[in-house]
Design a binder for this molecule. Sequence first.
Ligand SMILES: O=C([O-])C(=O)C[C@H](O)[C@@H](O)C(=O)[O-]
Ligand SMILES: [Mg+2]
Length: 429
Amino acid sequence: MPDTPTNEPHRIRDIRITPVAFRDPPLLNTVGVHEPFALRAIVEVTTDSGVYGLGESYGDAAHLDRLRAAAARLTGVDVWHVQEIARRIRDALAADAGSGGHGMSGMVTGTRTADRVLSPFEVACLDIQGKVLGRPVSDLLGGAVRDRVAYSAYLFYKWAGHPDAEPDSWGAALDPDQLVAQARRMIDDYGFTAIKLKGGVFPPDEEIAAVRALRAAFPDHPLRIDPNGAWSVETSIRVGRELAGVIEYLEDPTTEIDGMARVAREVPMPLATNMCVVAFDQVKPAVEQDAVQVILSDHHFWGGLGRSRSLAAICDTFGLGLSMHSNSHLGISLAAMTHLAAATPNLTYACDTHWPWKDPEDDVVVPGTLVFEKGSLAVPTGPGLGVELDRDALARMHERYLACGLRERDDTGYYRRVHPGFDPTPPRW
Ligand SMILES: O=C([O-])C(=O)C[C@H](O)[C@@H](O)C(=O)[O-]
Ligand SMILES: [Mg+2]
C-alpha cells in the first residue's frame, strides 16, 4: 500500500515504454505468415506516490513513436483522470495522419489511432488504481460476474518450422489430419472447450473439410472459422450454407459492412467481426444493416477496458453477441483480457488467445498467476491486474527486440520471401 492516502491524487511521474520481442511460430493467415518474432510494447507508468502500473500494446515502430509522443504529455495527470489522459493523447496525435503501426499486418486498418494509443495507458492507470485501493481491476469494472474466464483453442495452419530452421515442436499443420492433431495437443495441454480455426489460407473446400474433421474429432466443442475477409460474398454464402449446424459463428468471411450484410442475409449462422466493426462510429451502420451479429471486442484497439465495457453495453442494447479477439500477446494483456471478460456479463463466448503459441518462458510477468485449467483462467484476485513485472525478463526480451532486427509486423513480406508474387488482396476466393 502506498503512503499517499487513497483519496489524494496519484499523479503520473514517469512512463517507461519498452519494446520486446518473443519467439513466434510460422502461423499462416490470409495475408502471409508470422515472422520468427512477435513484437510488443510494455508500458510502465509510475506515480509520484511510488506505485507502478502495467500496460501492453503493439510493438510496431510507428505505434511506439505514438506511445512515446503520448507519454511525453501525461506527466502530472492523476491516474483516476482517464478522460484527461485521453484528451491529452488526442492533442498529441492531432497532426498524425494515422498510417502504419496497426499491429495487424494489414488485416485490420480501420481502428482508431487515438484509441490504440490510449489503451495501454488506461490499463496501467487501472492497475495503479487497483493497487492503491487493494482491489482487482475486475472490481473497478463493476465486479467479476464469473470467477473463471474461458478461452478457445486458436488453431492455425502452419509450416513445420521457419524457413532455414529446424521444425518446431508443433510441426506442420497443412491438412485436416494435422489440424486435428494440433487441436488434440492444445486441448490436452490446456483443456479448451471451444475451437477457433484461422482460415483464409487454403481454398475454401479444403477449409470446410478441416472444419468437418474437427467437428468429427471434437463433437462437443463449439467451432468457429475466421478467414479474415478472404472470401467474396458469393463464396462466403456458399461456405456458410455448407457449414450450417457445424459452427457457432462465422467470423469475417468477407470484408466491409456492406459485404457482411449481404452474406448475413443468406447464411444460417451469426456473423462475427473484428474487421468491419472496430470503432464506435462503425457500430451504427452495421446495426442498421444487420451486417454482424457478434462483435469481437479487443481492448487494445477499442481504447482500453472502460471503453470495451461501453462496447459491451452497446452490444447488449442492440442484441448483438460479444466475443473477444486476440493477437500475439504476453501476460499483461492476458491479465487485462481476463479482468475485462470477468466483469462483462454478456461476454458469453470463449475468448480468443494466442497464448499457447508462445514459449512458456517468454513473458515479462512473474509466472504463477495465469495458469490454464479446463480451458479457463481464474480471475486474478490480487490488487490491480494481479501480475508483477519480471524486470530481468523484460531486459532479456528487450535485448532480443534489439537483436532480432524486426521493427514492424509484416506477414506478407515474410511470406513473399518463400512465395514471391504472393498477392493477399481480398477476395482471394
Ligand atoms: O481474429 C483475428 O482476426 C486475428 O486473430 C487476427 C490475427 O492477426 C491473426 O490473424 C494472426 O495472428 O495471424
Ligand atoms: Mg478475426
